[in-house]
Design a protein around this ligand. Structure first.
Ligand code: KG4
Ligand code: ZN
Length: 347
């Protein structure tokens, strides 16, 4: 009988402390402790994030083990996010993983967070045998990775062969959502709130100019400035403008961000003659983006892959599944490893 492989995944790159357990490629448990402390500051405060990770990491891992019914002695290897992310946050997960691996004398696996977001498509959970569940993408496919820190179009040739063919030259798509929300006076993180209000609004109510960026790259900083000027002008005329038009404003800015994202994704698909299209990262939880992809799949014959909500935003299941594939390759790291706040996808 082949050996049972149990991977403990740890994620702590930004403001979510997470642990997950995967047994022979099947997810047993996925625990995320989201830090609410940042809401009062309108964004993630790095020092507060690392302190909260320190408090959360042991309870989160403990809960994951209990829920999975797995003993520490049964774990084959521990996989952790090495980067990219906030240094203080990454240090907590990295140090924990190193200590855990050393104490149990098991292999240590480092994972690139962005690769994890993409490989989230390969997570198999208890509902994966459902007939309605989409199958996993086959190689090569394109993945639009859209999060709070990144916006990339990635050509995925294999689990470990990924090339960024387009990316943002300034702000990320998630940042565009969050900054627009902040300008409207909505709390952090504003992306999910824009999504919520947009459902009741008219996406064509207001128009915003789109960036002209060459090739497959993106830019969102001009949109933010244009949006701020628009809001300031309207509020000068009517102080209650935001309150009176909240849904239309949210629907319009969301529509514009999605249009910008889709225009380059369509170009990338055409240039590479690829019709298997995936999305990943926190912004892929956006319902407008998900609906648009469904429409494009009908129009352009794309086969689309959209992760479940819980695997879009930061989680440790994506780190554990990447760790699992690295384990199969026996791709381990050493106790000398250190976090990499900037970590290129294919390095
Ligand atoms: O991947 P993620 O959880 O963390 C990073 O690695 O950055 O992404 C977080 C980002 C935030 O900018 C958040 O506002 C955005 O994802 N986000 C959304 C939605 N859910 C999360 N943006 C738009 N609509 C959503 N439903
Ligand atoms: Zn992320």
């Amino acid at each position: 009988m082949s050996k049972t492989i149990i991977i403990l995944g740890i994620e702590s790159s930004c403001d979510d402390t997470a642990a997950a357990i995967i047994k022979n490629g099947q997810l047993l448990t996925n625990i995320v402790a989201t830090q609410n402390v940042h809401k009062a500051y309108g964004g993630v405060v790095p020092e507060l994030a690392s302190r909260a990770h320190q408090q959360n990491i042991i309870p989160v891992v403990d809960q994951a083990l209990k829920q999975a019914g797995v003993k520490k002695s049964e774990i084959s290897a521990v996989a952790f996010t090495r980067g990219p992310g906030l240094m203080g946050s990454l240090l907590v997960g990295t140090s924990f993983a190193k200590g855990f691996a050393l104490g149990l004398d098991i292999p240590l696996i480092e994972v690139n967070h962005m690769q994890g977001h993409i490989l989230a498509h390969f997570i198999r959970d208890s509902s994966s045998h459902n007939e309605n569940i989409e199958t996993v993408p086959s190689f090569p496919f394109l993945c639009l990775t859209v999060s709070g820190g990144h916006t990339q179009i990635v050509l995925v040739n294999d689990f470990f062969d990924m090339t960024i063919i387009g990316e943002t030259i300034d702000d990320a798509a998630g940042e565009a959502f969050d900054k627009a929300a902040k300008i409207m006076g909505l709390p952090y993180p504003g992306g999910p709130l824009i999504d919520k209000y947009a459902k009741e609004g008219n996406p064509k109510a207001f128009t915003f100019s789109k960036p002209q960026v060459p090739e497959l790259n993106y830019s969102f900083s001009g949109l933010k400035t244009g949006f701020m000027n628009f809001i300031n002008n309207e509020r000068a005329k009517n102080p209650d403008f935001i309150e009176q038009h909240k849904a239309d404003i949210c629907a319009s800015i969301q529509y514009t961000i999605i249009e910008i994202l889709m225009n380059k994704l369509k170009l990338a698909a055409k240039q590479n003659s690829i019709t298997q299209i995936a999305i990943a990262g926190g912004v892929s939880a956006n319902s407008g983006l998900r609906n648009t992809l469904h429409e494009l799949s009908k129009q352009l014959g794309w086969q689309i892959f959209i992760p479940k909500f819980e695997y879009c935003t930061d989680n440790a299941a994506m780190i554990a599944i990447t760790g699992y594939y690295k384990y199969l390759k026996q791709d381990f790291t050493t106790q000398g490893t250190a976090p990499l706040p900037r970590y290129a996808l294919n390095s």
